[in-house]
Design a protein around this ligand. Structure first.
Ligand code: GLU
Length: 549
C-alpha cells in the first residue's frame, strides 16, 4: 500500500488538481499587471486598517491594469457574525473600493476564478490536500486534544519550542499501513503538512514593503485540513492565491512571521509563490505611546465612524493615501486640482513600521476637500448626511433650497474658498446664524470686543442702517463706507493709521467691522461679511441690528 491508497481512502471523491489547474488558467494581462485582493473574514465591523489595505490594493491593480478581487475568508465559522459579508460589501462600496471580481452580495459573485467564498471551496482544498498526501507531503494526524496538550506540557518542561514538529510530531512516522488501519478503525484525524524544514537553517525573503528579511526555516507540521473538513488559513491562502493567480499578496504584517511556512507550502505544492507586501498597521499616538488603532478603544477604528461623523469619503481616502506614501503630500501640493486617481502609489514606498493616524490632520484634509466642492455638492452631501443623522439640519437645509444654496455658496467657488467645514456634523453650527428662526432662538449674548460701550455700539449700528448701508453697493464701496463710518465715529479709517498713532485713536475700521459682525451673527469669526449681508438681505440686516440695539 502506498500514499495513493491513503489519499484515496481519505478523499475518495474529489477531482484531480489538473481539473482546477485547467479551469483557472494564468490570466491574460499585460506585462506588469498586478493581481491582488483583500481577503477579510466576516467577523464584524470593518476596521479602518482593512479599508486602507483595500484602497492600496485596488489602486495598485488599477494603476497597472490588473485585477482587484474580494475573497471572503470564512473558514473559521465560529467567529462569523450575521451580515458580516454585507458589512464588508457596504463599506467597500461606500468608499468606491469595489472589487473587479468576487462577492457582490452575501450569496452572489462575479468573476471566473471563484467561488470567492472559502466555505464554498471545500472540495478544491480537499483536492489539493489529497495531492499533497499522494506525494507524502501531508498526512493524517490522530492526536487527540489531550495528547496535544501533553506534548505541549512536555515541551514546556523541557524548555523547547512548542508545536508539532520533528521528534514531537508523532503521527508523521506512522507507516501508510498503520495510518490506513487507524482510519478504518474509525479513529478521528485531521490533515497535517509534512514540513521538510529545519529550524537551524535560514530562509531569506524579499518583501515588497519590509525589504530583506531572514527567518529560521519552518519545521512545524501545521494543520492544513481541520476536523470540519475546512482548511486552515495557511493552506487556503496557498491554494486560493495560486488558483486565483494572485501576483501580489498585500496583507497585514501580522502575517510576516508566517512567511517561512507559506513559502515552504508553495514550494512543496510546486507552485510559484506570489510577491508579498506586508502592510504595517495604522497606529495612534495615545499620550505619547504609539499603539495600534484598537477596535475596542478607538471609535475611529470603525469604518462606519466616518459616515456617522459626516467626514466625506474623498477626505478619508485622500488622508489614507497620505499615510500610505509620504510623497503624496508633495504631489498634492503640486497638483491641487487633480483627482487622487492620478497619484501613482508605490508599494515599496510604504512605511515599514506603522504610520500614525492623526485625526486633526484628517480633518484638515477634509476641510480642503469640502472647500473645493460647489454649493450644490455641499448641499447634496449635507442633506444625505442629515437624512440619517440630524433631522434639524435637514429641516433648515430643505425649508428653502435656493436660500440654502446661497448660504453654502458664501466664499465658495473663488480662489480662496472658505475652509471652515471639516465634517457635515459641523455644518449646523457653522451656518445656523444664517437662518432667521434659529438666530432668533439663539440666546448667546453679544460679546463685543474692542468697542464695548453700548451708546457707541448703538450709534454705529444706527448710522450704518440710516446712512451707510445700500444693498446695491459692490464690495469695495461697501467697505469704503465702513471706513467712512469709522471716521465719522472718530476712529482710525485705516488700520495702518491706527498703528502709526495708536494713542490718537480708540479703535479702527476693523473694530467697527467687528461690531457689525457681532450684531449680525453673534460671532467674532465668520466668512466674508459682505457676502453674508448679501444673502441675509436688507430686512433681516435691519431687524438684526435693531435687535442688537
Ligand atoms: N483573512 C485574513 C485576515 O483577515 C487575510 C489575510 C490575507 O490577506 O491573506 O487577516
Amino acid at each position: 500500500m502506498d500514499y495513493k491508497d491513503l489519499a484515496d481512502l481519505i478523499f475518495p471523491n474529489v477531482k484531480p488538481i489538473s481539473y482546477y489547474e485547467e479551469k483557472y488558467p494564468e490570466r491574460k494581462l499585460k506585462e506588469g499587471a498586478i493581481v491582488t485582493r483583500i481577503a477579510p473574514s466576516p467577523t464584524g465591523f470593518v476596521h479602518i486598517g482593512g479599508l486602507y489595505q483595500g484602497l492600496v490594493a485596488k489602486k495598485l491593480a488599477k494603476q497597472t491594469e490588473g485585477v482587484f478581487f474580494l475573497r471572503i475568508e470564512d473558514t473559521d465559522q465560529k467567529r462569523e457574525v450575521e451580515n458580516g459579508v454585507q458589512n464588508i460589501l457596504d463599506s467597500l462600496k461606500e468608499f468606491d473600493i469595489e472589487p473587479d471580481e468576487g462577492m457582490e452580495t452575501e450569496i452572489t459573485e462575479k468573476g471566473d476564478y471563484g467561488p470567492y467564498k472559502q466555505s464554498e471551496r471545500k472540495e478544491i482544498y480537499q483536492s489539493y490536500a489529497k495531492y499533497m498526501i499522494e506525494q507524502g507531503k501531508a498526512y493524517p494526524c490522530f492526536c487527540t486534544q489531550e495528547e496535544l496538550e501533553e506534548i505541549r506540557n512536555k515541551q514546556e518542561t523541557a524548555k523547547v519550542r512548542t508545536g508539532y514538529y520533528g521528534v514531537w510530531a508523532r503521527c508523521r512516522n506512522y507507516t501508510v499501513e498503520e495510518m490506513i488501519e487507524k482510519i478504518k478503525a474509525g479513529e478521528k484525524y485531521i490533515i497535517r503538512f509534512k514540513s521538510p524544514g529545519r529550524e537551524d537553517r535560514k530562509i531569506k525573503h524579499k518583501d515588497v514593503i519590509k525589504g530583506n528579511v531572514e527567518f529560521p526555516e519552518n519545521d512545524q507540521d501545521v494543520v492544513i485540513i481541520k476536523a470540519d473538513g475546512l482548511p486552515t488559513y495557511h493552506f487556503a491562502h496557498v491554494v486560493d492565491d495560486h488558483l486565483m493567480r494572485t501576483t501580489h499578496v498585500i496583507r497585514g504584517d501580522e502575517w510576516l512571521s508566517s512567511i517561512p511556512l507559506h513559502l515552504q507550502l508553495f514550494q512543496e505544492a510546486g507552485f510559484k509563490a506570489p510577491k508579498y507586501a506586508h502592510i504595517a498597521p495604522i497606529m495612534k499616538n495615545d499620550n505619547g505611546n504609539k499603539r495600534k488603532l484598537s477596535k475596542r478603544k478607538d471609535p475611529e477604528a470603525r469604518v462606519s465612524y466616518y459616515a456617522e461623523q459626516g467626514i466625506p469619503k474623498e477626505a478619508v481616502k485622500e488622508y489614507l493615501l497620505n499615510i500610505a506614501n509620504s510623497t503624496f503630500e508633495n504631489w498634492r501640493r503640486a497638483n491641487q486640482d487633480k483627482s487622487i486617481d492620478e497619484f501613482e502609489l508605490k508599494l515599496n514606498k510604504m512605511s515599514v513600521s506603522g504610520a500614525l493616524f492623526d485625526m486633526t490632520k484628517l480633518l484638515d484634509v477634509s476641510k480642503i476637500v469640502i472647500s473645493k466642492m460647489t454649493a450644490e455638492e455641499v448641499y447634496e452631501n449635507a442633506v444625505n448626511w442629515a437624512k440619517k443623522y440630524d433631522e434639524e439640519l435637514l429641516g433648515i437645509l430643505e425649508q428653502d433650497k435656493e436660500y440654502s444654496l446661497n448660504v453654502l455658496g458664501i466664499e465658495r467657488g473663488n480662489k480662496k474658498p472658505r475652509k471652515d467645514i471639516s465634517k457635515w456634523s459641523d455644518l449646523k453650527e457653522n451656518i445656523s446664524y444664517m437662518y432667521n428662526d434659529l438666530f432668533e432662538k439663539d440666546n448667546t449674548p453679544y460679546e463685543y470686543q474692542v468697542i464695548k460701550d453700548k451708546t457707541k455700539i448703538n450709534k454705529i449700528l444706527n448710522l450704518y442702517i440710516e446712512k451707510y448701508y445700500d444693498k446695491n453697493d459692490d464690495k469695495q464701496t461697501w467697505f469704503d463706507k465702513i471706513k467712512d463710518l469709522s471716521e465719522e465715529m472718530g476712529y482710525a479709517k485705516e488700520v495702518k493709521q491706527f498703528k502709526a498713532e495708536p494713542e490718537k485713536y480708540e479703535a479702527h475700521v476693523g473694530d467697527v467691522s467687528t461690531v457689525l459682525r457681532i450684531a449680525l451673527t453673534k460671532r467674532v469669526n465668520t466668512p466674508d461679511m459682505y457676502e453674508i449681508m448679501q444673502v441675509l438681505g436688507t430686512d433681516e440686516i435691519i431687524k438684526r441690528f435693531k435687535k442688537a440695539m
